[in-house]
Design a binder for this molecule. Structure first.
Ligand SMILES: Nc1ncnc2c1ncn2[C@@H]1O[C@H](COP(=O)(O)OP(=O)(O)OP(=O)(O)O)[C@@H](O)[C@H]1O
Length: 224
């Protein structure tokens, strides 16, 4: 269980997160919000990439608010794949283990499910954008994180490729049975990937029943 309690974050005195509270069980929770509403900031604070100004984050009952990112046990997938260009796909995939023992059966399962088997010796630049995104997700999954955070992980791709990846991402993310926070501004992506939904608006998060309800709220200017 990932629990976010009253999280506050400001930039130069301008508040972006004004007390975000959210509980995520072993489910894929999609968070939607307008551009600049603070979705990336929320994930970065939960991941530990940015410090919180207030509030707490708990993972499986343990407070992690002040831990550095690498000690949080979370997988983080940014908007662009950010792979190491000088490393092979295989080396990129194993990088996140940081010397921890590799669970070969799990690595194989992730590699197979993401269709990466034949690309392991290539460099990222030799892959299409869609395959680079697959590597980015697989890299985050391989250390078996206890939660996953995905920040519009497919936003740099063409629509047709995105559509193909929705189902794959959903299937692979379900495998871990951990809390997943997934940010997107694409309604169809939210519906296809998500299992529960929330709206980031006015610096706070509201849970909603469906992606349809979330996008209807955004369109009707709740966020204004
Ligand atoms: N490091 C930073 N320094 C100063 N301001 C920042 C910083 N990061 C984000 N902001 C500001 O905080 C607000 C929220 O940004 P954030 O990127 O979290 O929004 P977002 O909902 O993810 O937007 P988008 O959908 O465009 O990615 C924006 O006004 C942004 O300019």
């Amino acid at each position: 269980m990932l629990e976010i309690k009253n999280l506050v974050k400001a930039f130069n005195g301008r508040p972006v997160l004004k007390g975000v509270s959210l509980q995520v069980g072993p489910e894929i929770k999609v968070v939607v919000g307008l551009n600049g509403s603070g979705k990336s900031t929320l994930l970065k604070v939960v991941a530990g990439i940015l410090p919180a100004d207030g509030g707490q984050v708990f993972l499986d009952g343990k407070e992690i608010t002040s831990l550095p990112p690498e000690e949080r046990g979370m997988g983080y997938v940014p908007q662009r794949p950010a792979l190491f260009p000088h490393l092979s796909v295989r080396q990129n995939l194993l990088y996140g283990l940081r010397g921890k023992r590799e669970d070969a059966a799990w690595v194989r399962q992730v590699v197979d499910l993401m269709g990466l088997g034949e690309y392991l010796d290539r460099r990222p630049a030799q892959l299409s954008g869609g395959y680079q995104s697959r590597v980015a997700l697989a890299r985050a999954l391989i250390p078996r994180p206890r939660a996953m955070l995905l920040d519009e992980p497919l936003s740099s791709l063409d629509v047709a490729i995105r559509q193909k990846l929705w189902e794959e991402f959903h299937r692979v993310l379900r495998l871990l049975e951990v809390p997943v926070l997934y940010v997107t501004h694409d309604r169809e992506e939210a519906e296809r990937v998500g299992e529960s939904f929330a709206l980031l608006v006015g610096g706070v998060v509201q849970e909603v029943d469906s992606a349809r309800q979330a996008f209807a709220a955004l369109q009707s200017g709740v966020s204004a």
